[in-house]
Design a protein around this ligand. Structure first.
Ligand SMILES: Cc1cc2nc3c(=O)[nH]c(=O)nc-3n(C[C@H](O)[C@H](O)[C@H](O)COP(=O)(O)O)c2cc1C
Length: 186
């Protein structure tokens, strides 16, 4: 297991009682080369390809931004253990068409409130009235725009604020595809 993976697993364990520690920021690049940042929910770490897995909507900007430029950044701060992980990732998107089992599994894990969000209408479009957004559709199956994003980790910049001095470490893949790491001046 790469060193960063051990650190992340430990941080997640220490933050088990803090639901907000499962949110991280995902930054993509817009067509106009402007960084676009937003918060998403961490679902799980896929140990087979070292990806952070997130669920989302193909109609949202992040989907098309990742299609244009799959390189993206994740920033994740664990307030209890005072650690920051910055990941450079390669984003891959999956839908019911390309990965039905993955989609069904992630859909089955969503609460009703989580599922409803996918039936409110086109994300980011103008609301026609102030009336509440009602959902009358059958929510048992994921709609076609429900997607899973796999953010495959390519490098990690880790910073711990626990000690004095702080501790910073870089992790990356060498030419043989092995994870290597190097402590850095914070
Ligand atoms: C705490 C929190 C968690 C969120 N989790 C997700 C998520 O898991 N997936 C998602 O697509 N959007 C999530 N959002 C909404 C996004 O931050 C964003 O507003 C939305 O996806 C539209 O982003 P985009 O147009 O840049 O793609 C979350 C927002 C917050 C505040």
């Amino acid at each position: 297991m790469p060193g960063w993976n051990q650190r992340l697993t430990k941080s997640l364990h220490q933050a088990k009682s803090q639901p907000e520690s499962r949110y991280f920021q995902l930054a993509t690049l817009t067509e106009d080369l402007v960084p676009a940042n937003r918060t998403v929910v961490f679902r799980y770490l896929d140990e087979t390809d070292h990806s952070l897995v997130v669920v989302s909507d193909t109609r949202s900007a992040k989907w098309s931004e990742l299609a244009l430029q799959p390189k993206a950044s994740v920033c994740w701060y664990f307030s209890k253990s005072r650690e920051q992980f910055r990941f450079v990732v390669h984003g891959e998107g999956y839908t019911r068409e390309t990965a039905p089992q993955l989609i069904d599994k992630q859909w089955s894990k969503l609460s009703d409130a989580g599922r409803k969000q996918y039936f409110w209408g086109l994300p980011g479009s103008a609301r026609q009235s102030n009336a509440p957004l009602r959902v009358t559709q059958d929510m048992s199956q994921a709609p076609p725009h429900f997607c899973v994003l796999k953010l495959i980790i390519k490098s990690v910049d880790y910073l711990s604020l626990q000690g004095n001095p702080q501790y910073r470490e870089k992790h990356w893949l060498d030419e043989a595809g092995q994870w290597v790491s190097q402590p850095l001046v914070p």
